[in-house]
Write a protein that binds this ligand. Structure first.
Ligand SMILES: Nc1ncnc2c1ncn2[C@@H]1O[C@H](COP(=O)(O)OP(=O)(O)OP(=O)(O)O)[C@@H](O)[C@H]1O
Ligand SMILES: [Mg+2]
Length: 498
């Protein structure tokens, strides 16, 4: 018998159909991958299931009963928990307060039983094997820990069905392994999952069944064991998908960025040089220092020692503004925390960085901005209606594309990209790789920090591997290979190959 049956679901926003006669069936104890391109309708379907949105048409039965339309409390009471695509943590509350929000344990006369909640939180974290202090302020947790807390909220609810909407975007590889172990053990006990991810290896490692949506419609469903990545990708993107090799060796210019003996938060004595038009990959496990080095070059974290030389000018101090004026741009990791300005429109979110540095043109020309926006919309294939819609009305992957546009719009000479394809679907990723290669061809210098080695193989001229805050390898394109990079990033191979 099915646990969940969603049938003929239809939903429009402002007259635009974003779900058109979509059905989804999940059995108890099953891990069901919900797949589709950016903007296909995955999160919307889950928002309907969890009662965040109302459906226009269709029925939902869960555990043998009809689920009322648009009731969060009814969905929760029925046993559905939702880990949203964007983090929903209150930074000003403590960890345990976040965990028990609206489900507080109370004693006599409704008095909060703090001790019981803290003990319960500790027990849960122990069981999950994560070192999080229930008493810490949530705002002080690193992004990975916030994601774990978000997941803990769902596990805590003892749900029959847990929706995971891209749950691993801020986790490192070992955290992901651990998290998958947890999911499997809950599955053994009968919990079902709907799992949304754009990472193929995760889907094949975890899921039993899959359903593909494309352009608001149901396309296919079946057993993961009966399909493969290529078939699924074709279902997702249609016939337009091309996965051909795009990397080509290019001639490089002079050194434009030189980092010497750089020491800062979480890394030590880091040195490397980058030439004009070069694409460098950074990789390493979370905490290896990759992201921190980028943030330091960008002036977001202080330089504790060493120098950063850009186009011949050395700096021992840097601010974000001075870095930007010198032609450095940065796409930070975790868009909701660091990039998206939710009260602003798509257009405003796109031009904000350009205007911060373009002091020659202090006035904003709507027409000019709109024109540039339109060209990015086309180049990046951004699925949006009007440029004066709020950015938060876009799907996650399309929000990420707006952030890419924001920094491409600055025409930065050196572009630092921290996990730039977060939440971007497989087809669009290929387009973005091509774009990055084109930018380099035209003379832009780019550093991409990512955990995805295949991504580096596609675009990077060299790959610098970090381990515990040190550079342990500097591999040329021909040596970028999953096994080798893994060996270095886990410390199995020491020393520098630079
Ligand atoms: N609150 C909203 N207001 C207006 N449009 C919306 C709203 N929420 C979603 N949409 C639109 O519905 C469509 C489907 O979005 P949805 O978030 O479900 O996509 P998704 O499949 O989750 O994509 P992604 O992989 O990028 O997260 C998109 O075109 C999006 O812009
Ligand atoms: Mg989504």
């Amino acid at each position: 018998m099915e646990l969940l049956k969603m049938q003929h679901i239809t939903k429009s926003f402002f007259g635009v159909k974003v779900l058109d006669d979509v059905s989804l069936t999940v059995k108890p104890g099953e891990i069901h991958a919900l797949l589709g391109e950016n903007g296909a309708g995955k999160s919307t379907l889950m928002n309907i299931l969890s009662g965040v949105y109302t459906r226009d048409e269709g029925t939902v039965t869960f555990d043998g009963k009809d689920l009322p339309n648009g009731s969060i409390s009814a969905s929760e009471a029925a046993g559905i928990a939702f880990v949203h695509q964007e983090l929903n943590i209150f930074n000003d509350l403590k960890v345990y307060e976040n965990l028990f929000l609206t489900k507080e344990i109370t004693g006599k006369g409704g008095k909060l039983n703090k001790k019981a909640m803290i003990d319960e939180a500790q027990r849960l974290f122990d069981e999950m094997g994560v070192p999080i202090d229930p008493n810490a302020l949530a705002g002080e947790l690193v992004a990975g820990a916030k994601q774990v807390l978000e997941i803990a909220k769902a596990l805590h609810s003892k749900a029959k069905l847990i929706i995971l909407d891209e749950p691993t975007t801020a986790l490192n590889n070992s955290e992901i392994e651990h998290f998958f172990g947890l999911i499997r053990s809950l599955k053994e006990k009968g919990t079902a999952f709907i799992f949304i991810s754009h990472k193929m290896p995760e889907i094949f490692a975890l899921a039993d069944e899959y359903t593909v949506l494309r352009n608001a419609r149901f396309i296919s469903t079946g057993r993961i064991a009966d399909t493969n990545a290529e078939k699924i990708t074709r279902d997702m993107v249609g016939e337009t998908y091309s996965n051909e090799e795009v990397y080509e060796q290019r001639g490089l210019g002079d050194v434009v960025l030189k980092v010497e003996g750089l020491t800062g938060r979480g890394f030590e004595n880091v040195s490397f040089e980058i030439r004009k038009g070069e694409i460098i990959g950074f990789t390493g496990l979370q905490g290896a220092g990759c992201s921190e080095v980028l943030q330091t070059i960008f002036g977001a974290l202080p330089i504790a020692g060493g120098t950063v030389t850009i186009n011949g000018t050395s700096m021992t101090k840097e601010t974000i503004h001075s870095a930007m004026v010198r032609g450095v741009g940065m796409i930070p990791a975790n868009r909701k925390e660091n990039s998206v300005i939710p009260d602003m429109t798509l257009l405003e979110n796109t031009y904000i960085s350009r205007h911060t540095i373009d002091t020659r043109n202090p006035s904003i020309s709507r027409k000019g901005e709109q024109k540039r926006f339109d060209s990015f919309r086309e180049k990046l294939n951004i699925k949006a209606n009007r440029s004066d819609d709020l950015i938060v009305s876009l799907s996650g992957g399309n929000q990420q594309k707006i952030i890419l546009a924001r920094w491409l719009d600055t025409e930065a000479k050196i572009l630092l990209m921290d996990n730039p394809t977060q939440g971007i679907d497989v087809g669009a990723k290929e387009e973005i790789y091509r774009l990055i290669l084109k930018l380099a061809e035209a003379g832009q210098t780019i550093i991409v920090n990512t955990l995805e080695i295949p991504e580096l193989k596609k675009i990077a001229d060299r790959c610098i591997v970090f381990y515990h805050g040190n550079v342990v390898a500097d591999l040329p394109h021909s040596e970028i290979e999953e096994g080798k990079v893994m060996m270095y990033s886990t410390g199995a191979l020491g020393g520098t190959e630079a």
